[in-house]
Design a protein around this ligand. Sequence first.
Ligand code: KG4
Ligand code: ZN
Length: 374
Amino acid sequence: MEDRLLYSSDVPARTKTLTVLGFETSCDETAASVVRLQVDGGATVLSNVVHSQIDDHQAYGGVVPEIAARSHVEMIAGVARRAMAGADVDYGALDGVAATAGPGLVGGVMVGLSFGKAVALSRGLPLIAVNHLEGHAVSARLGARVDYPFLLLLVSGGHCQLLEVRGIGEMTRLGTTIDDAAGEAFDKIAKAMGLGYPGGPALERLAESGDGRRFDLPRALLGRKDCDFSFSGLKTAASRLAQACETDQDRADLADGVQTAIARQLSERSERAMIDHAERHDSRRFVVAGGVAANRTVRATLEAAARRHGFEFLAPPLAYCTDNAAMIALAGAERLALGLVADIDVAARPRWPLDEARALADPVHAPGRKGAKA
Ligand code: KG4
Ligand code: ZN
């Protein structure tokens, strides 16, 4: 997707704060938020409204795309109203409207993107099409000052990648999963253990009373020295062990073993990337973002790894780890500051890799009809 570059006379002056209304509807959260980007690059979240659809999908054990899209249609206007009221600004105070344009469940993406287009058109505001993953990538900047460049581990339900982030639109993929994402592994294993949806938080709660050291769970890609991930072997082994669990303690121990194994793989690959990053950059900042960054064992394991390698460890506040619109509004504001806006006919994209050049040149997943996956 090509962005349009504003005429230089239309690019907002760097001496001005930018206030952006953002929308996020790519999965099972309907979200809207108003964020103000300060002249010095800091961000202030004026409002952050998230309507979770967990109750709508729980009975099915996962997200049902059709139900998700319908629910976004019903909820988005109210969520937008609450975000504007909570921010205590009127539409005249906005500098732009940002919406997730992909990747994700395309029926949902279309709802937020179309609503964003409607607001932009009716208020005469620029529209910014945001890659959901770029939102996660900047999310740590919502809670603290995080300068570019930084090394990023993006771990969500759909993605598991290490990226070098030099700035908005300037991200290089260092490694990705060859099968499941880390959040997907949490969710699928939790499902095999009979835990509810979403599985990650449920598995974390169960693991609190467990000790996973009794299980010898498989480690992935041992012969490789790169930054790619794989969780399918762990998923198969854990699902088989789940069938053999007899007591609550067995299940808690397995949950702890799985969580430790996922955290360990994430940290081993991150350490490789840190060594490489430190050779090429003076700055040493390591950021973890995405839903799985909410997991305390994952955070603690990565923080210890970062400390061993002399990296500053940064993670978004918990509310900005899982899907939200504040991260979309911030990415939108940073794009607007660079004059990167979208045409009103911009399309929703189910697939949209952050580092598209790398995804096409070195596909880990076959590109398929909908384009390169990650
Ligand atoms: O970033 P996110 O909200 O949505 C995507 O863009 O995918 O991530 C959702 C994923 C789910 O797989 C969920 O199980 C996982 O993040 N997750 C967790 C925790 N909280 C959310 N996984 C492990 N522990 C958690 N506390
Ligand atoms: Zn996400």
